[in-house]
Design a protein around this ligand. Structure first.
Ligand code: ADP
Ligand code: MG
Length: 273
């Protein structure tokens, strides 16, 4: 994996799974995103951290297509997707998970997965007989559940009554249903206790390589554990990109979080928005 990433890095921008170029977004007098350029190397987990108000959510909205940039470009696997809507970006292979929960709470876990798979199957089932297509979808849904460590005994449980940690797994599975090339993980650990956070961290670890992931997360321990590389956003601008060790030792990063103090980057630095 690391070799793949190094090789892809060397190969240059043409091979980036997702490439933001000079993204600008202004809200009135506030430059929320200031010339953000970011390359996601195929297969990597890329962490995005920054103090509260740095512009992380704004950047995620620009990437997922819920906001349009004032200027700048977004390339997905080399293809310019800047003018595509959120749905069109999902169809092109760029999916977002968490924060926006798209679980149908009154449906069972299995039916949620089937619906997600059906939604992204496009025309591939059009020529199939309905029953055969349905059987196939249910088989795929069971496989997807297993892949995301969802307990088989929970498949017929209403999604709305699952414990928080299990719901996150289902949300993760829903995002994976479209087999995205790039997955935006928007604060997956939000509202979770330490045990659930650890389990979700382990789940994301097992998904490494299945999609290129951009992980925005308050829980520094999770980010530093999972991320191949980390970018630090401060006042709308990326001030550093590097490995966990490089980011920990980066003086500008320390100062952005802690002023002139030389305390190491703490495990949790901001309150949830
Ligand atoms: P983060 O997610 O890093 O905490 P945000 O992207 O939410 O940061 O916000 C960056 C800045 O942009 C903040 O100062 C915030 O108040 C401002 N902001 C975010 N969204 C809007 C909006 N829709 N209208 C006006 N200001 C906004
Ligand atoms: Mg935010």
């Amino acid at each position: 994996m690391t070799n793949t990433i190094a090789a892809a890095s060397k190969a240059g921008s043409g091979t980036a799974a997702l490439q933001a170029r000079g993204l600008m977004k202004r809200f009135g007098a506030l430059q929320a995103t200031n010339d953000v350029s970011l390359d996601l190397v195929p297969g990597e987990i890329h962490g995005l951290i920054g103090p509260n108000g740095a512009g992380k959510s704004t950047l995620i909205h620009l990437l997922s297509g819920t906001l349009s940039p004032d200027s700048g470009q977004l390339l997905l696997g080399g293809r310019d997707v800047t003018s595509l809507s959120g749905h069109e970006r999902v169809a092109a292979g760029l999916a977002r998970s968490f924060q926006i929960t798209n679980i149908f709470k009154n449906y069972t876990v299995l039916d949620n997965l089937v619906l997600a798979l059906q939604a992204c199957s496009g025309s591939s089932f059009r020529f199939w007989r309905a029953r055969q297509a349905e059987t196939e979808l249910y088989e795929q849904a069971r496989a997807l559940a297993a892949e995301c460590a969802i307990d088989a005994s929970l498949l017929h449980t209403q999604a709305g009554v699952l414990p928080h940690g299990e719901q996150r797994k289902v949300e993760f599975a829903l995002a994976l249903a479209s087999r995205p090339q790039v997955l935006l993980l928007d604060e997956p650990m939000a509202g979770m206790g330490p045990d659930e956070t650890l389990r979700l961290t382990e789940l994301i670890e097992t998904m490494r390589g299945k999609a290129t992931m951009l992980l925005v997360e308050h829980d520094m321990e999770a980010v530093f554990r999972l991320a191949d590389r980390i970018s630090v956003l401060v006042a709308g601008h990326i001030i550093a990109t590097g490995t966990a060790a490089e980011i920990r030792d980066n003086e500008a990063v320390r100062q952005a979080y802690l002023g002139d103090d030389d305390t190491p980057v703490p495990t949790k630095v901001e309150s949830h928005a």
